[in-house]
Write a protein that binds this ligand. Sequence first.
Ligand code: KDG
Ligand code: MG
Length: 403
Amino acid sequence: MSQIVDAKVIVTAPGRNYVTLKLTTADGVVGWGDATLNGRELAVASYLRDHVCPLLIGRDAQRIEDTWQYLYKGAYWRRGPVTMTAIAAVDVALWDIKGKVAGMPVHQLLGGPARDGVLAYCHATGEDVPALLDDVAAHLEQGYLAIRAQASVPGVDKAYGVPARGEFYEPASSAVPEEGRWDTESYLRHAPEVMGAVRERFGFDFHLLHDVHHRLTPIEAARLGKDLEEHRMFWMEDPTPAEDQSAFRLIRQHTTTPVAVGEVFNSIWDCQQLISERLIDYVRTSVSHAGGITHLRRIFALAELHGVRTGCHGAGDLSPVSLSAALHVDLTVPNFGIQEYMGHTEQTAEVFHTGYTFAHGYLHPSDEPGLGVQVDEEAAARFPYEPRYLPVNRRRDGSMHDW
Ligand code: KDG
Ligand code: MG
């Protein structure tokens, strides 16, 4: 028995807000978990501080599954992003502790590597097509084998995924949500042209991905999927709002462009129909928003049964603790597909010290015991929390649209 003697929540903003859970055992072993929920950070911090941390003191740190069930079933109010992000932070911190106690990296505890490296996709962006093509060229030069391409859309201000030239993309940028304009018809005309320009210039010897970010109706998404077929996409991500699982059947009936969804999912119940009816090709749930390593593996096992592959969300608002944990899982699951790798800012790296590496298109988790990540608490204290919200979108007539 290795008792948890301390549970501490750290809120810090090195470049952006992150919530981190630190668990300490009676033997002095420390485990880290990511509890960041973009734009709703303090809700998870409070859930942990006020309702979870007091329950952890005195529990056996080795009993990961039991603690997961205790927090999930014990809350009575099940699922939801706040609850599942909090449970994820505890779960990941306990896997970190178990690895450190065993003297093994977490991927060894999960069965050991099932592949040599984790295929990663990066983000290439441009305010116009020539700028995007320059960015794709730069990423190919860096060795990436898979690239997500996003460009500005005529008539749409602040297109998703496109930063100002030379800046790191950070959509949660202001103390009240910024408002953008959205134009579906313009996007549907423009997006296939952009992907065509990328293929025309660079050919087909790398994977090309695109994120629709939940903005289309099923029939619009079906049309986009058909228009993208000639460009042989690796996937079309989040074509429609993700909570409507049966919408994906309509998309499926019309196009062979592979479909990925899942970054807003927080439990297996969000994707049960999508997976069991084979309505998607990739499930993109994350370690930190879907109940931690324990629950993510359950989702991925269900996906394996139905021929669906994985594609862990890895945006910058998931902390390096979360990315480290995802890489350990990615290395071990048989139905792994791809891992998003957006990277983090230099300020973030001052607080989170990681051991994962990138080479020739593949990420490699750390071989240190546990997750292989350290959090510098003194550095964290230098970056106080600031309220930052994700933007919202309005259509031309002023009505709300999905962001
Ligand atoms: O917090 C929201 C981001 O994580 C999301 O907008 C990023 O869509 C995203 C992606 O695919 O990385
Ligand atoms: Mg996305």
